[in-house]
Design a protein around this ligand. Structure first.
Ligand code: FES
Length: 73
């Protein structure tokens, strides 16, 4: 499926670009041109960026327990 029709960039290519460090609309546009013509794909690109960040957060290790500091008194 195409993420950007104007520049014929597929969703999989966008994901690969994001995974390789293109973490902004400007960087994605600079690397493949997506989002730099009519702009109708910009929301799709933003969604891909948000999903990538959400995935990274999901992959963070979860601490077993948080130490709780209580004040005496
Ligand atoms: S569809 Fe991406 S710039 Fe037009």
């Amino acid at each position: 499926m195409y993420a950007c029709i104007c520049k014929a960039v597929k969703s999989t290519e966008i994901k690969e670009l994001i995974d390789s460090g293109a973490n902004s609309l400007e960087k994605i546009g600079a690397r493949c041109g997506a989002g730099t013509d009519c702009g109708s794909c910009v929301n799709r690109l933003k969604k891909a960026l948000i999903e990538s960040e959400a995935q990274k957060i999901q992959e963070l290790p979860v601490p077993i327990a948080f130490p709780i500091k209580r004040e005496a008194g």
